[in-house]
Design a protein around this ligand. Structure first.
Ligand code: IPM
Ligand code: MG
Length: 357
């Protein structure tokens, strides 16, 4: 199979983890006889430094032409004091919007090999944690208009608009129901319909859409309760479907309680065109450039890319198996280090995975 992959290394630790992700993809290509053509483009702070803006038109073009987009991480303190319209994060929001990537899939799971890193009480962790947050990614308060800061009655006010159309809700609900079909067949829709009109519409459209998925069990939960239930008993969740802002918050919570933020991949998909695959963690400015960062979330994002963008299930499973073998053999980067394990750097971690492929 011949495919083009557009690489967006981004900032700080981005290029380091990208190097390991690409090395794994090259090893997969060699082993399974595929041809992956890589093209690299600028995004985030790197793009600001080179071109003055976080998302050059050439980057959007390169992404559109590719079969998949592989992103590492953007942002960092270096660009914190810029005008908000050219912050590195704008590059990320911009590419999501430009490629129409409305569905963000963020799995959170507790690998048995890393059970000791879990932040929950052992009896809670023992019940297991294997869920996926399906987050709507191109609507909601992130993009709603009007927005702004202005002076009213002599004082400044800030405002944003939380807004969803029924079509936006329907398409993300479908993604969630389809995802549940491949898992434990449970969807929990998270909103705040006791207070917000947007959420009342959300809930009723999810219920309508559910009529086409009678095999899936649907439940509803207010977002405050969901935040609490994730800590109290995450084993109750299979697929969580929610809007952009609630999903931003809950996906960080779901992933950090596993104790291994540096392990979790994500996929962002649209109705057509290339998907974007990236680790859920940020650019780790504090340890960037020291060969310390954990490349496994990026490597696991490469596995998601192989599976979801190219339909290469065997290859994806091989990468995931190699990652678990490295962990089972006791190798750890600093973020997941425990007593009695072997501390390795970013490059060595990548090499160990490839060795086991
Ligand atoms: C994420 C991040 C982004 C978001 C930021 C960097 C704009 O937090 O991918 O979850 O809020 O979507
Ligand atoms: Mg976030």
């Amino acid at each position: 199979m011949k495919k083009t992959i557009c690489l967006l290394p981004g900032d700080f630790c981005g290029p380091e983890i990208m190097e390991q992700g690409v090395a794994v993809l090259k090893a997969v290509a060699a082993k399974f006889n595929h041809e992956f053509v890589f093209e690299t483009a600028l995004i985030g702070g790197a793009a600001i430094d080179a071109t003055g803006g976080p998302l050059p038109e050439a980057t959007i073009e390169a992404c559109r032409k590719a079969d998949a987009v592989f992103l590492a991480a953007v942002g960092g303190p270096k660009w914190d004091n810029l005008d908000p319209s050219i912050r590195p994060e704008k590059g990320l929001l911009g590419i999501r919007k430009a490629l129409g990537l409305f569905a963000n899939l963020r799995p959170a799971m507790l690998l048995p090999e890393l059970a000791g890193a879990c932040l929950l009480r052992p009896d809670v962790a023992a019940r297991g944690l294997d869920l996926i947050v399906v987050r709507e990614l191109t609507g909601d308060i992130y993009f709603g208009e009007p927005r702004g800061i202005e002076t009213r009655d002599g004082q400044r006010v800030g405002f944003n608009t939380m807004i969803y159309s029924e079509e936006e809700v329907r398409r993300i609900a479908k993604v969630a129901f389809e995802a549940a079909r491949l898992r434990r067949k449970k969807v929990c829709s998270v909103e705040k319909s006791n207070v917000l009109e947007t959420s009342r519409l959300w809930k009723s459209v999810v219920e309508e859409t559910h009529k086409d998925y009678p095999d899936i069990e649907l439940s509803h939960m207010y977002v405050d309760n969901a935040a609490m239930q994730l800590v109290r008993d995450p084993s109750q969740f299979d697929v969580i479907v929610t809007g952009n802002i609630f999903g931003d918050i809950l996906s960080d919570e779901a992933s950090v309680i596993t104790g291994s933020l540096g392990m979790l991949p994500s996929a962002s998909l649209g109705a057509s065109g290339p998907g974007l695959f990236e680790p859920i963690h940020g650019s780790a400015p504090d340890i960037a450039g020291q060969d310390k960062v954990n490349p496994l979330a990026t490597i696991l994002s490469a596995a998601m890319l192989l599976r979801m963008a190219f339909g290469l299930e065997t290859e994806a499973a091989a990468v995931e198996k190699a990652v678990r073998a490295v962990l089972a053999d006791g190798y750890r980067t600093g973020d997941i280090m425990e007593d009695g394990k072997t501390l390795v750097g970013c490059k060595e971690m990548g090499r160990l995975v490839i060795e086991r492929l």
